[in-house]
Design a protein around this ligand. Structure first.
Ligand code: ASP
Length: 437
């Protein structure tokens, strides 16, 4: 029998997971069964992906830099990447602001619903605010200061320190380019081969992806509270979703008109990463798969992807910034807190910074939303109620925005590769054996 393509297998796993979740929520003990016996499969899968993230970044970035012929080229690519990331984030925020002002979802929600939801989710919102407080930065340069590790082993021992690891690896890679061939060769060979092995590990882990997404979605469904809140917040959720969809159109336009590839080529190549982003709500956990897909199925040279993607996973979050813009204005609308045009424009800056500061893990976007609302000088009581209000639908929106975050990184990787002449047709590797056609 012909094997189904990986993205179909994953999609099927997701649908069956949702169905199983709905079914098992219907009877006593169903939830406990899913949580005790099915959920661990999903958790193990996410752990496996996270497990290889740091070694992957190290091996792949060192290989990428050491394949470059000179350092000037590296700084050119770096500058270009960061500039494009900022531009795509600003486009995303603008789209979000336009949609939320046109649809005005906050005005369609009754005071009664606001009261009910805020009473139900008060504690959860309080937790997010507490996290945001503890993440408050001290000075304007703190962000850069935090990027420099003082101990590589402690930096590499925590996936949240991805930027610190990237910093070390770039310095290491540049130094590798500067030493004599005799000293460079053994290390370069070592990292080249390490990189091959890690890519193979991703192949193996991905074999379990369809089962893992089944487990992740089944447990998500049984653990989700009352579905009524989705109806109450439908306009808000639809505004975010429409904005995110428009962002996909922006990416596809870039792919067609600037990169010169068809939408189906791009989507077929990247869809397994998108589906995983959706199922895990974490661009950091999805990173290994994004890298593998972009390099081996979309033809981006490792010199580009090894830098663009890990940096993108940590700082470029178009979906998150769009959501933050919509959510901030929605809360103000619902709570009758007036936002002037200038205040709305200031969201462009604060949401750009907030999305850079958001960790690539589930729910992080909502934590940084606190910073945006505080910058708008929204009083503490409104902030509390506002966050409680949107809490119930945050997870599904997180799944969607993470998918956009990953798609945005992949689009930029293709764009930079194209402009550097580093986009080839993917080599037909023997991957069908592992994955199915
Ligand atoms: N979950 C998102 C990500 O990992 C971040 C967020 O918006 O919460 O990309």
């Amino acid at each position: 029998m012909k094997k189904l393509a990986l993205h179909w297998q994953i999609l099927l796993g997701m649908l069956l997971g949702i169905a199983a979740g709905l079914l098992f929520s219907q009877f006593d003990g169903g939830k406990t069964f899913i949580v005790n016996w099915i959920k661990p499969l999903g958790t193990i899968f996410i752990k496996l992906l996270k497990l290889i993230a740091i070694p992957l970044i190290i091996a792949s970035l060192i290989k990428g830099i050491s394949d470059l012929k000179d350092i000037a080229k590296f700084s050119k690519i770096g500058l270009k990447t960061i500039s494009i990331y900022i531009v795509t984030t600003i486009i995303a925020i603008t789209i979000g602001l336009v949609f939320v002002n046109v649809v005005q979802p906050g005005n369609s929600i009754s005071a009664e619903t606001v009261e009910q939801l805020s009473a139900a989710y008060n504690t959860d919102a309080g937790k997010r605010i507490a996290t945001a407080e503890s993440q408050k930065t001290l000075g304007p340069l703190k962000f850069i200061e935090d990027m420099v590790p003082d101990n590589i082993f402690s930096a590499a021992s925590n996936n949240r320190n991805m930027l610190q690891v990237i910093f070390f690896v770039i310095l290491f890679g540049i130094s590798l380019l500067l030493v004599e061939e005799k000293s460079r060769k053994p290390l370069k060979d070592f990292f080249d081969s390490l990189n091959e092995v890690i890519m193979k590990m991703i192949d193996l882990i991905m074999l379990t992806a369809p089962y893992a997404v089944f487990a992740l979605l089944a447990s998500l469904i049984v653990e989700t509270a009352n579905p009524d809140v989705f109806v109450a917040l439908a306009w808000y959720a639809a505004t975010v979703a429409l904005g995110l969809l428009s962002m996909v159109i922006v990416y596809l336009l870039v792919i067609v008109f600037v990169v010169g590839k068809s939408p189906s080529y791009f989507l077929k190549g990247i869809s397994p990463a998108q589906l995983l982003a959706f199922s895990t709500s974490s661009s950091a956990a999805t990173l290994p798969v994004t890298m593998e897909r972009v390099e081996e199925h979309l033809g981006v040279d490792k010199e580009i992807s090894s830098f663009v993607l890990p940096v993108g996973a940590t700082i470029n979050m178009d979906g998150t910034s769009l959501y933050q813009a919509v959510a901030a204005v929605f809360i103000c609308q619902a709570m009758n807190y007036e936002l002037t045009m200038t205040m709305q424009l200031s969201i462009v800056l604060t949401a750009t910074l907030a999305s850079i500061g958001s960790a690539a893990v589930p729910g992080a976007g909502m934590v940084m939303l606190v910073a945006i609302l505080e910058a708008l000088e929204v009083p503490r009581e409104i902030l509390m109620v506002g966050l409680a209000l949107i809490f119930a639908v945050d997870r599904p929106l997180d799944m969607l925005r993470t998918t956009i975050n990953v798609t945005g990184d992949a689009t930029v990787a293709m764009l930079v590769a194209k402009s550097e002449g580093k986009l080839q047709d993917p080599k037909p590797k023997n991957w069908d054996d592992t994955y199915g056609k």
